[in-house]
Design a protein around this ligand. Structure first.
Ligand code: SF4
Length: 353
């Protein structure tokens, strides 16, 4: 079969249960077939219709003519020798490359997923955005990062963070569908409380997500304490100010009753002073929240350096003295370029040579 025919087929991994049932009725089958297909794709993680042995051969062939089950290919895997972090480069069916990371913690296995190929948000510390947004990932492509990592390592993923390449709230519909399917009891059944969505602060979509009332953790990449500072590192601030983001977070907390996490990457000499810590504490005063301090994982595209251990500790102490809970995120996979977008970019550059 020509690969273009395959690309043109409709991906059933991106269909939710109701859509699959409806589709079955539309093609003259019983609706319970939709339930079976959902189970086999999302629980048993089959990679082709021919593997769904509970369906007749006739139906499997019929499906194969018009539909597909999207499959990512492991293009490369990088294993950290420091902490067992594994980083994947996945090849998509159209030749694009995305990356995902698997991290082992005491409380389970966590995966960090991409939601877009590239990103248009332009954060200056991030390698994912250097070539802009190429395209949104489909729901099936976001899900398959989990399925392929589980299969490759023979593990069960317990926690998900949407913090890889791309801005999840810029791919809102596909991401929302992903959340519902990954949580589904006939799928992987991963609890919403074990899922974190990280955003640079697309304010209208924070309100939309809050109204969905899914008890996931919302994580805001804040990284600065006033708009002028933040504009320098996160251009989204030209569109939505910090106070608008904070207001939307308060609405989220009210609706979902979950604490919001604020990510604050410490960049040496840019945002890591005692004064910055004080301002951050004032900004978040009284909110049900938590601050994640991230020592910068340097990328070669920009000339930022990581804060030293002492300033990171001082920053944390300053926040805690002012009643704001904070943790310092352990650096994972430093030896395998685990910072967002670095590996994909390295690969794309090597292709140009
Ligand atoms: S940090 Fe996130 S939102 Fe910002 S450019 Fe990178 S991927 Fe996009």
């Amino acid at each position: 079969m020509d690969w273009r025919d395959f690309l043109n087929k409709i991906d059933l991994k991106s269909f939710n249960l109701e859509e699959l049932k409806k589709l079955m009725v539309e093609i003259g089958e019983k609706s319970f077939r939709g339930q079976q297909i959902f189970n086999w794709i999302h629980q048993k993680n089959v990679e082709s219709f021919q593997d769904i042995t509970v369906l007749s051969k006739e139906l499997r062939d019929k499906l194969e003519n018009k539909y597909k089950i999207t499959n990512l290919k492991i293009f490369k895997r990088f294993d950290s020798k420091i902490d067992n972090t594994k980083k994947y480069l996945f090849l998509l069916e159209d030749g694009n490359i995305i990356e995902s990371v698997m991290m082992e913690y005491k409380h389970g296995v966590s995966v960090c997923l991409s939601t877009q190929v590239g990103c248009k948000m332009g954060c200056t510390f991030c390698a994912s955005t250097k070539d802009g947004l190429i395209r949104n990932l489909t729901t099936g492509e976001i899900l398959d990062q989990v399925y392929k990592i589980q299969k490759d390592l023979n593990i069960k993923v317990s926690n998900i963070v949407l913090m890889g390449s791309g801005e999840p709230l810029d791919n809102y519909e596909n991401v929302l569908k992903f959340l519902r399917i990954i949580n589904h009891k006939h799928g992987q059944n991963i609890g919403y409380r074990h899922i974190t969505l990280s955003t640079c602060g697309i304010v209208p979509n924070i309100y939309k997500l809050a109204d969905e009332k899914l008890p996931i953790t919302l994580s805001i990449s804040l990284h600065a304490t006033n708009d002028n500072e933040r504009k320098k590192v996160m251009p989204i601030t030209y569109k939505y100010s910090i106070s608008e983001v904070i207001k939307a977070c308060k609405y989220y907390i009210e609706k979902v009753n979950r604490r919001v996490t604020f990510e604050y990457t410490l960049i040496k000499g840019v945002n890591d002073t005692k004064e910055n810590a004080k301002k951050l504490a004032n900004l978040l005063k009284g909110m049900l929240c938590h601050v994640n301090l991230i020592p910068l994982n340097p990328i070669k595209e920009v000339d930022y350096r990581s804060s030293n251990k002492k300033s990171v500790k001082n920053f944390k102490r300053e926040l805690e003295n002012r009643g704001i809970k904070a943790t310092i995120r352990r650096e994972m996979g430093r030896d395998i370029n685990a910072a967002c977008g670095q590996l994909r970019r390295k690969y794309m550059e090597s292709k140009k040579d």
